[in-house]
Design a protein around this ligand. Structure first.
Ligand SMILES: Cc1cc2nc3c(=O)[nH]c(=O)nc-3n(C[C@H](O)[C@H](O)[C@H](O)COP(=O)(O)OP(=O)(O)OC[C@H]3O[C@@H](n4cnc5c(N)ncnc54)[C@H](O)[C@@H]3O)c2cc1C
Length: 504
């Protein structure tokens, strides 16, 4: 690309290149096909399958619709996504899926090129709600898994509360076990325990995977946060007795996603609704878990849900790349200012300053895509190993922690890059960028909250930093005395060099 850049204002010799730059028209031309092959990563078949449907007008980004129309459109779009077969990869073969995790994660990423409401609603249904039931549940939840895959059971992932978002361990919703009826009693004891911001709650959800403090009669204190599936609406859409459902209404974006609230009033669900992969309660009320430490149990449960975080980062990356494509095409078409009356107006791409707005961001997008592709491949391989997460070897445990740290860091990096780049492309396309039909304002509004949900970016970076420091500590701990002295001198020397020498 660089050798075609037009700088006609400086040297007459370059006037000939002031003609419109020819962009490759088909992926087969020039460098595009090989570049696409590299960027498509490890699951190109998933990308190809999604590319076939992304031109469907009903899957294109929508704007200007009323709330109900936007929600109905998004719900209908889920059927089209299901028809691609993409969601099945997130579930094991014995659950009615195909076990091709990488295909699903890549497929959900591809939805990010189009309508982010469809991406988020898909993520809530198959990634969050589906991921909770299939990864935290056991055989007794298989029927629900197969129903949710096929959209016969729409559900919410009910983790966040009004009082607690980032700090999940402090959730206040309670589930007390009653051995007389063999039921859990779900309850929202305070105003701040109201389940809050939940996708699929306001309109469509019939089920919820409810994260709550678990109590059994044999212990006064909570066993920590666990997940229980609960029916929240009847088939006709009316709330079940004991569950109060609210609607967040209009948000800053994602109009097609029906975010809402849930409150439980001593609502009874059968004992079997506890997602019991990592802990169980017997009919008599005895609590048991293969993971002794409540802290380790909690993080094992959360670790099993890391895929949602990965798709949020990946889809933000996709929305960014679409925005960069819009901005780059505009820069090749739009002409502003002529150096003198004899010259035609110059293409925006001919201005160095404009190229600096585009090309470093394109480069960063490529870098983030390579890293995200690798992360998805790694998660796919780990899932294929079907690890016994309650009894990991030390190596497996380290491996998982590293993957979780990468997922957190890439979620933050991808979504922060999206926020910066989509805004820059909005400005780089002038007034045209402000027209909804050119989609940049739609991407901007819809991707904004990606920095917050699935783990606030500041908290995600702290998590990644903690893991890096932990890795560093593990490395240092294994040193002999001599190695420690050498390490100390090297580190001190490094700091001294950095602080004193001019760095290029
Ligand atoms: C549109 C939308 C959809 C959502 N969908 C769902 C859903 O389906 N299910 C669900 O369970 N949840 C959902 N959420 C909730 C989402 O996951 C939370 O909003 C998110 O976890 C952040 O929590 P919070 O909003 O309480 O922010 P807070 O935790 O209150 O964070 C506020 C600020 O405090 C900062 N902060 C917090 N802790 C620290 C710290 N330790 N150090 C430094 N700074 C800190 C954060 O960086 C942030 O800037 C959704 C949210 C939105 C907006």
């Amino acid at each position: 690309m660089a050798r075609n850049f037009d700088d006609s204002a400086r040297t007459p010799r370059r006037r000939r290149s002031d003609a419109p730059q020819k962009l490759p028209e088909t992926p087969e031309e020039g460098v595009v096909a090989p570049l696409q092959e590299v960027l498509d990563g490890y699951f190109p078949q998933a990308r190809a399958r999604l590319r076939e449907v992304l031109d469907d007008p009903e899957l294109r980004p929508a704007f200007g619709l009323g709330l109900e129309a936007a929600r109905a459109r998004t719900t209908a779009a889920l059927e089209k996504v299901l028809a691609t077969g993409m969601p099945h990869g997130a579930f094991r073969v014995d659950q009615g899926g195909t076990g091709e995790t990488g295909e699903t994660l890549t497929g959900i990423e591809m939805l990010g090129h189009n309508d982010l409401s469809v991406m988020v609603k898909s993520g809530v249904q198959w990634g969050l709600f589906g991921g909770a039931v299939s990864n935290l549940g056991t055989d007794r939840h298989h029927e629900l898994v197969s129903d949710l895959i096929e959209l016969r059971a729409l559900g919410c992932f009910a983790m966040t509360e009004r009082g607690h978002g980032s700090d999940v361990q402090s959730l206040e919703t309670t589930a007390h076990y009653d051995p007389d009826t063999q039921e859990f009693v779900l309850h929202s004891p305070t105003a701040s325990s109201e389940k809050w911001f939940l996708g699929n709650a306001a309109r469509d959800g019939r089920w919820a995977a409810v994260f709550c403090q678990l109590y059994t009669p044999d212990q006064e204190e909570s066993h920590g946060v666990h997940c229980i599936v609960a029916r929240i609406r009847q088939d006709d859409g009316s709330p079940v007795a004991g569950v109060r459902i609210g609607d967040h209404g209009v948000k800053g974006g994602l109009a097609g996603v029906d975010n809402g609230t849930l409150m439980f009033d001593h609502y009874r669900v059968p004992r079997e609704n506890l997602l019991n992969r990592f802990a169980d309660v017997s009919p008599e009320g005895a609590y048991s878990s293969d993971i002794e430490s409540p802290n380790a149990r909690f993080f094992t449960m959360l670790g099993a849900l890391v895929r949602g975080r990965v798709t949020v980062g990946a889809a933000a990356g996709a929305a960014t790349r679409t925005s960069l494509t819009i901005g780059t095409k505009y820069a090749h078409l739009r002409r502003q200012f002529a150096a003198d009356d004899t010259l035609p107006e110059k293409q925006l791409i001919g201005y160095r300053q404009h190229r600096l707005r585009l090309i470093p961001r394109i480069a960063r997008s490529y870098g983030l895509q390579f890293a995200t592709n690798l992360l998805i491949k790694r998660i796919h391989d780990l899932e294929a190993e079907d690890l016994d997460r309650a009894n990991l070897t030390p190596e497996q445990s380290l491996d998982l922690r590293e993957v979780e740290a990468h997922a957190a860091a890439l979620k933050a990096a991808n979504t922060a890059h999206a926020t910066d780049t989509i805004q820059e492309m909005r400005e780089a396309t002038g007034g045209a960028g402000y027209m909804a039909e050119n989609l940049l304002t739609v991407f901007k509004a819809d991707s904004d909250v990606f920095t917050t949900f699935e783990g606030d970016n500041v908290v995600m970076l702290q998590l990644a930093a903690k893991e890096l420091l932990g890795g560093f500590a593990r490395e240092v701990r294994s040193f002999s005395n001599l190695e420690m002295v050498r390490f100390g001198l090297d580190s001190f020397g490094g700091v001294l060099r950095r602080r004193t020498a001019p760095t290029p």
